[in-house]
Design a protein around this ligand. Structure first.
Ligand code: NI
Length: 139
């Protein structure tokens, strides 16, 4: 079994704010991340696909096709966007990295079979800052 990864980059604005709670409670929970007028991050997304190489190509997945897929289905929908306001699949959800990575998994997992017969989605890693990241393995 081999693990092949592709890193993509995007930037986006958000705020961490639970509308069912008071403003005071939001500030208590999220501090400056609850700032009403948004803040931004430079995100890195690392997508790892696992599988055995296709005997015809030697690839688990063609990384050019994987990059095109990630960009078309995910990056184009969130890059230079406001995660709370502009992104259909984040509507009604807290704009945390945790919630975002679960939605990205759902989308990529659904589309991956269109580019590889041998690879399965193994993990996602989403860096919100160089020091803070979330990983998801689909469960
Ligand atoms: Ni933030």
């Amino acid at each position: 079994m081999l693990y092949v990864s592709r890193k993509e980059h995007f930037n986006a604005a958000h705020k961490l704010y639970n509308p069912s709670l008071s403003k005071e409670r939001n500030v208590e929970l999220f501090g400056p991340c609850a700032n009403e007028n948004w803040h931004g991050h430079n995100f890195d997304l690392i997508v790892t696909v696992k599988g055995n190489p296709d005997p015809e190509t030697g690839f688990v997945v063609d990384l050019k096709k994987l990059s095109t897929l990630i960009r078309a289905e995910v990056i184009d929908k969130i890059d230079h966007k406001n995660l709370n306001m502009d992104v259909d699949f984040m509507r009604g959800k807290l704009a945390s990295c945790e919630n975002l990575i679960v939605e990205i998994w759902r989308i990529l997992n659904e589309h991956l079979p269109t580019i590889t017969a041998h690879g399965k989605l193994h993990s996602l890693r989403l860096y919100e800052t160089p020091r803070n990241y979330v990983e998801y393995y689909g469960e």
